[in-house]
Design a binder for this molecule. Structure first.
Ligand code: GLN
Length: 494
């Protein structure tokens, strides 16, 4: 059906159900993430877990990267077993249960289980809720783009509210109250999804797209692959290549698993995918964009790790005299800037496009990387103030988040739509998953990097931040130089 007249401007009622559900899910995700590393590194006398920075950073890395990696099986389960609506519902319930486990004060093992449960639930919910958004607009076009922009606002509104409420309760009242608030948020999302979804989404995502028949052979091959992985892990552990008992060791394993999966997948479709030359070239472009996105997220996603630790320890957060603003609140500037600048940036691209000045996709990615690096240059100055023995003003972090957010707006929405356009037809949904794998890899690095931020490591902070400047600006300039030939390989896709 094509939208006509008035319909062009109004959005389907289902969009608002998905908007509110995702808003509350992101409330719980970003809210909890805002206090996660603070809680893990806080001393036991103040209710924290008293983990060392490298340990806490590795747990954070494992958790945030799993969230995105598990969207691969999450999307697959919806497509082949449950259909999207039921998968979202089960995912939301799982997320809520995970936060309830975190809300109960227990030992470390209970806490890690809670994190794992939240990650599994998010993997079930996140990819499928965005794919239903796409299905609301079979006609595509600008109404669909507007729909996705509204949805992205929901994500950021949720993140803002979550970081505000959860960080306040967690840092000021009790950590576990914070985790409990995240559970309550997800509960509200579930109620809305259940009752409003019945009304407005009844025709979407009821059935799996291609229901899989569980043959003896498929079950055997799944068991075979998992078994081979387990044996490999045990061998690596026994030969002391890795230490599977420590979060740091597991995070290393995770790194190689993600890199391995990505390489195998790209080579598989390049060699065995039966592609034409044009399609092959496009897949090579997708590989380049994959690496660029992973590098970008590895800087950007430090908002919840190293930058959060920095905010909590070294930033002057005094407000109106004696009250200290919770460290988690400073991350809100990402969402505030997104809500202000997303429409302006969209208008800017359209405007430049009219004059044929719109930068091409690789150039936009390059810009994103450079802005990410420049954001860390601001942090180098902030860190130098801290090294000199003073606290840094929070305006430094605001400037960093400003640069990072503009970078996010150059790269993230563009990347999502380019991935769907460049992928060979038969691989579109899998490629969507690969886009999330880039985020998984980035989150892993962003977490692991924070492991360098031990309390007695203050002197090294400017150099640490400087290394991210080199990485972001260097890779960005490199990509910019080659943006023209890369653009050619896109074979006419804009
Ligand atoms: N902030 C966005 C979200 O939560 C994108 C995050 C990402 O892809 N790394 O959906």
């Amino acid at each position: 059906a094509t939208a006509t007249g008035k319909e062009k401007f109004t959005q389907p009622a289902g969009l608002y159900v998905l908007f509110l559900t995702e808003m509350w899910e992101r409330f719980s995700y970003y809210g909890m993430r805002a206090i996660l590393i603070l809680f893990m590194t806080e001393v036991a006398t103040k209710g924290g877990m008293e983990l060392s920075a490298p340990e806490a950073a590795a747990v954070y890395a494992l958790y945030t990267s799993s969230v995105y990696l598990l969207s691969l099986p999450g999307g697959w389960l919806a497509d082949s077993v449950f259909g999207q609506r039921r998968t979202i519902w089960y995912g939301g319930i799982t997320i809520m249960l995970g936060h309830i486990i975190l809300a109960i004060p227990g030992d470390n093992v209970v806490f890690f289980c809670g994190l794992a449960v939240v990650a599994i639930g998010t993997g079930l919910l996140k990819p499928n809720i965005s794919s239903i958004v796409g299905e609301l607009y079979p006609e595509g076009g600008s109404r669909r783009d507007a729909g996705f922009s509204i949805f992205y606002m929901g994500i950021n509104l949720g993140g803002f509210l979550g970081q505000t409420v959860v960080a306040f309760l967690g840092e000021k009242v009790n950590w576990h109250w914070g985790f409990g608030a995240a559970a309550v948020g997800m509960f509200i999302g579930l109620v809305i999804f259940k009752f409003q979804g019945q009304k407005h989404l009844s025709q979407y995502g009821n059935e799996p797209k291609e229901k899989i028949k569980f043959s003896f052979k498929t079950i055997l091959s799944v068991i075979g692959i998992l078994g081979a992985l387990a044996i490999l892990l045990i061998v690596l552990h026994l030969t002391h290549v890795i230490n599977a008992y420590s979060p740091q060791g597991l995070a290393q394993v995770m790194k190689w698993i993600i890199i391995g999966i990505s390489c195998l997948y790209f080579f598989y479709i390049l060699i065995l995918g039966n592609l034409s030359l044009v399609e092959r070239k496009r897949v090579v472009v997708l590989m380049v964009l994959f690496i660029a996105a992973a590098l970008f997220w590895s800087g950007f996603e430090q908002a919840g790790s190293s930058l959060n630790l920095f905010a909590s320890r070294y930033v002057d957060r005094d407000f109106l005299g004696s009250w200290q603003v919770p460290a988690g609140w400073l991350q809100n500037f990402n969402q505030i800037f997104i809500i202000i600048f997303a429409p302006l940036m969209a208008a800017l691209w359209i405007n430049l496009g009219r004059r044929n000045l719109n930068p091409n996709v690789p150039a936009k990615f390059a810009l994103g990387l450079i802005l990410m690096g420049l954001g860390f240059l601001v942090m180098v100055f902030a860190a130098k103030i801290v090294v000199s023995g003073e606290k840094a003003a929070f305006t430094w972090l605001i400037m960093t988040y400003f640069l990072h957010t503009i970078g996010e707006l150059c790269l993230s929405p563009v990347g999502l739509s380019t991935y769907t356009k460049l992928a060979p037809k038969q691989f579109v949904s899998q490629m969507m998953g690969v886009w999330f794998v880039a985020a998984a890899l980035g989150n892993l690095f962003a977490g692991l990097f924070a492991g360098n931020f031990d309390k007695d490591n203050v002197q090294q902070m400017p150099d640490l931040f400087m290394s991210v400047v080199y990485l972001g600006v260097g890779s960005g300039l490199f990509l910019l130089v080659f943006s023209k030939p890369i653009k050619k390989w896109m074979g006419g896709v804009e």
